[in-house]
Ligand binder design. Structure first.
Ligand code: ACO
Length: 323
């Protein structure tokens, strides 16, 4: 018998305000055509004034709990993946805990930028597998609109806000690759690449800062590292690309998504794509895509899914799971 972390429910939340590419044409030297053709992005959501990461995370968590038929009292731990927490401390996760009315268990944040949800899922899986928790809320939530330099056309058109959440639940499996739940994970980072993607401020530098990115350099690393980590996870699960029903990638750029699928030898029909509607929501992008993919009827029980992401650090990784 193997203790598996199985997905018991999923949900998401997107802020009300939708910004189409054309809106940027009024303030920047850019076009809808450039943004669409270079990134695949058509629109994104931006949080309202006063709407925070923990507010959005809580709404996504409530939707995931409702989908699972559970209440906050059934949860042992909350892990929030974010780089844009409401405050320097306490964690966004403890704020979500309070907003859910949960007075037991424990909560903490994971910060691995766009790879954050893969890191959070891997850590939550370890909590379940080791018996430290039976049910864990794993949330990705971001308000990247708060760290944009609105004069920098090469970054501010690419990002959006949102949140996605899932409930992981301990269930007994056989230890074989046909079990439901998380089957394998792979995490990597290489801090030598810090300058490719970072925010130029923080607590110890006394300002919040803005996102800075050498987009074409990040692009160069992305396809190769994403295909490689997906391959490693599949190998650990004793599976191959032929077994995959859905790739649910980090939604940064349609060309990276297409390049990774091609390198893995899989057609785009097997990829859940939401980048056109959400932009890059960093750690929120994978749970958002999983939730939308399920509600579209793409993801079904028993499907084998590979999620993969890369972001600031560089940090990257993947998770293989059976829905
Ligand atoms: N509108 C019009 N022109 C623009 C815009 C814009 N919004 N932005 C940049 N350009 C210009 C540039 O100034 C440049 O002009 P120049 O040739 O005169 O200097 C030209 O377009 C080409 O710029 P590139 O950066 O080479 O364009 P590229 O084809 O690489 O596309 C993009 C840029 C979309 C950023 C792409 O490189 C990309 O998606 N990179 C990966 C980003 C990513 O995946 N990030 C991942 C993680 S994010 C995280 O961790 C937080």
């Amino acid at each position: 018998m193997t203790r598996r972390a199985v997905i018991a429910g999923i949900g998401h939340y997107l802020p009300e305000r939708i910004v189409e590419n054309a809106e940027f044409e009024a303030t920047l030297d850019t076009t809808d055509e450039w943004i669409r053709s270079r990134s695949g992005i058509e629109r994104r959501h931006f949080a309202a004034e006063g709407e925070t990461t923990s507010n959005m995370a809580t709404k996504a968590a409530q939707n995931a709990l409702a989908d699972a038929g559970l209440s906050a009292d059934d949860i042992d731990a909350i892990v929030v993946a974010t780089s844009t927490a409401d405050l320097t401390f306490p964690s966004a996760a403890t704020m979500v805990q309070a907003q859910l009315g949960m007075t037991r268990g424990f909560a903490f944040d994971v910060q691995a930028v766009c790879a954050g949800f893969v890191y959070a899922l891997s850590n939550a899986n370890a909590l379940v597998a080791s018996g430290q928790a039976n049910r864990v809320l794993v949330i990705g939530a971001e308000t990247f609109s708060k760290i944009m330099d609105w004069t920098d056309r090469s970054t501010c058109v690419l990002f959006g806000d949102g949140a996605g959440a899932l409930v992981l639940e301990a269930q007994d499996g056989t230890g074989q690759s046909d079990d439901r739940g998380i089957l394998a994970t792979d995490l990597n980072s290489d801090g030598r690449y810090k300058d490719l993607l970072y925010v130029d401020g923080g607590v110890s530098t006394q300002n919040t800062g803005h996102l800075r990115m050498q987009g074409n350099q990040v692009f160069r690393h992305a396809v190769e590292k994403l295909a490689s980590t997906a391959h490693t996870s599949l190998e650990r699960a004793e599976l191959s690309a032929d077994d995959v029903d859905w790739i649910v990638p980090h939604q940064a750029n349609i060309r990276i998504i297409q390049g990774t699928a091609k390198k893995m030898g899989l057609p785009m029909e097997k990829v859940v794509v939401t980048v056109q509607d959400h932009g890059n929501t960093s750690a929120a992008s994978i749970p958002l895509a999983l939730s939308v993919g399920k509600s579209r009827g793409q993801i079904k029980p028993g499907d084998l899914i590979v999620t993969e992401a890369i972001g600031g650090g560089l940090a990257w990784g993947s998770v293989v799971l059976r829905w």
